[in-house]
Design a protein around this ligand. Structure first.
Ligand code: NZQ
Ligand code: ZN
Length: 381
């Protein structure tokens, strides 16, 4: 095991009806003016937003709304949220939705406490403060509910960049698995792929021999596969929704990389180039295309973790066989595995490679020059 620092201050309130605790939580924290952040309407249709608003009114917590967060959230909309938070003098930001809503809420929480341009925080400026975040998660995927990361797209440059800060861990995230029962099967599948990608990035690129982290990763992948298989048959199975939700949270809350030494997140850099340039591509769908191609290429350099993955997850002896089995499973949950299936044709490979190369460079990833990336994208056609 390498030395490590594990830091995670987010309180998780998990279970049925736990969103009913939101107003009391805010009151206890003396947050009496809050900005409610939500997406394109799923929380309106489900009645969740209205229930939360009623609860806040009864408790005397004043609120303003910032709806319309796009999947793959964008800078302009986040800046509008910062203005609202400032003029309303919000004391806390309350995301109600999936990872996109959480990520934009984090952007607003930071922007409201600083006069610097918001994009500066996505291009290296240090975050010194943020409003507290109290959220209600409705989709199992990103892990944003229990980490300090935020990913945002600058529509003008099509850069999809991120920050990570100790100040933007949600104070509390409420996870009621029943709220995820309405997530469509395609987004359920994309969320599953995202959670698997989160744990495999470290597993496959780590520096140290790490039996405990490896077993935690394998356990999470197994759990995500089992529960997703179940949900493809029975989308409202509470136990499967619950296990998937917790597995996705654990997949990116800092737990699994503890002790593995330096590691990298190349699939995410490559995917962020895809969904930056093509904002209609869901992050998990992009990852389902990137992962198999990247794994085939990377396993030539470093076959050991692939052999272990193949053996332990699929009972197969060859690294290539394990990758093929994972890709075949992506197909069984109807996740795309080729660029054409996400609406991208070969003509886009050159700009994608250029975009990904600059993102990889800004993440400090070595060995991802434009030519290498072009070959990788060609393997995804
Ligand atoms: O916008 P609404 O109407 O709410 O609909 C959303 C959206 O269309 C819908 N949805 C959410 N909960 C639902 C629901 N539909 C029905 N019932 C519900 N209960 O699902 C769609 C996708 O939502 P979104 O929030 O975009 O998905 P996800 O949670 O996968 O988040 C994706 C974003 O997170 C970023 C991605 O890059 C992408 O921008 N990531 C954030 C990370 C982080 N903060 O740590 C790490 C990840 O690697 C990822 O990069
Ligand atoms: Zn991800």
């Amino acid at each position: 095991m390498f030395d490590f620092t594990f830091y995670n201050p987010t309180e998780i309130r998990f279970g049925r009806d736990r969103e009913n605790e939101l107003a009391a939580l805010l009151k206890a924290a003396r947050c009496e003016r809050v900005l409610l952040v939500y997406g394109g309407g799923s929380v309106v249709r489900s009645g969740l937003l209205e229930r939360i608003q009623r609860q806040l009114k009864e408790a005397g917590v004043a609120f303003q709304e910032h709806g319309g967060v796009r999947s793959n959230p964008v800078l302009d909309h986040a800046e509008a949220g910062v203005q609202k938070a400032r003029s309303f003098q919000a004391q806390a930001i309350v995301p109600i939705g999936g990872g996109s809503v959480y990520d934009e809420a984090k952007a607003i929480a930071v922007g409201a406490k600083s006069s610097a341009p918001l994009w500066a925080f996505y291009t290296g400026r240090t975050i010194e403060a943020a409003l507290p975040i109290y959220g209600v998660l409705t989709l199992a995927a990103s892990g944003s509910e229990m980490n300090g990361n935020s990913v945002l797209t600058n529509e003008k440059t099509r850069q999809k960049y991120s920050f990570s800060s100790r100040h933007t861990y949600p104070r509390v995230s409420i996870l009621n698995p029943a709220l995820t029962a309405t997530v469509p099967l395609d987004y359920t599948a994309y969320g599953a792929v995202d959670a698997i990608a989160h744990v495999l990035e470290g597993y496959l690129t780590k520096s140290a021999h790490a039996p405990l982290p490896d077993e935690m990763v394998e356990m999470i992948v197994r759990s995500v596969m089992r529960t997703s298989d179940r949900l493809m048959e029975q989308p409202d199975d509470y136990d499967a929704r619950a296990e998937l939700m917790w597995a996705a949270t654990l997949a990116l809350n800092g737990l699994t990389p503890a002790g593995i030494g330096p590691y990298s997140f190349p699939n995410h850099a490559i995917e962020h180039a895809i969904s930056g340039l093509f904002p209609d591509v869901a992050h998990g769908a992009g990852l389902a295309v990137v992962l198999p191609a990247w794994m085939r290429w990377h396993s030539q350099k470093n076959p050991d973790p692939y052999r272990q993955l193949a053996q332990r997850l699929f009972g197969i002896d060859s690294p290539q066989g394990g990758i093929a089995a994972l890709e075949a499973w992506f197909r069984t949950i109807k996740a795309p595995t080729r660029l054409g299936e996400i609406g991208i044709d070969a003509a886009a490979i050159a700009p994608l490679a250029q975009h990904a190369a600059s993102l990889c460079e800004s993440w400090g990833l070595e060995g991802y020059d434009e030519a290498t990336l072009r070959a990788l994208f060609e393997a995804m056609v």
